[in-house]
Write a protein that binds this ligand. Structure first.
Ligand SMILES: [Zn+2]
Ligand SMILES: [Zn+2]
Length: 112
């Protein structure tokens, strides 16, 4: 696993600010953003406050539903997503592994 260690040396980049992730938050589609960038994006985007709270992922545009967002303001939504774990960083480049891991997490309801 030596190559995995060296490839994460500078950390993954945030697709919004193109800098190393600060307080990384991972959406259900597994795209990861700085909490600050995600929060700004959500507030700037046309997120629905009617019905189930949601916004579209800035990268893949998949509808994303913040966990337990009903009682929160959109500016707080970013902090509701799990912080990216070291394990996810490691798996990050391999889509098949990530998909498998997501299924595992959903089945076992693990808190990331
Ligand atoms: Zn960022
Ligand atoms: Zn996405």
């Amino acid at each position: 696993m030596a190559e995995a260690m060296s490839s994460t040396r500078n950390g993954p980049l945030c697709p919004i600010c193109n800098e190393t992730l600060k307080v990384p938050r991972t959406l259900t589609c597994l795209h990861t953003f700085c909490q600050h960038c995600l929060s700004k994006y959500i507030q700037d985007s046309d997120c629905s406050l009617v019905g189930k709270p949601s916004f579209n992922c800035p990268v893949c545009c998949r509808p994303t539903y913040p966990p337990a967002a009903e009682s929160k303001q959109p500016k707080e939504w970013a902090s509701l997503f799990p912080q990216k774990t070291a394990l996810l960083v490691l798996l990050g480049e391999d889509k098949a592994k990530v998909d498998f891991f997501v299924i595992l997490v959903r089945l076992k309801n693990i808190q990331l």
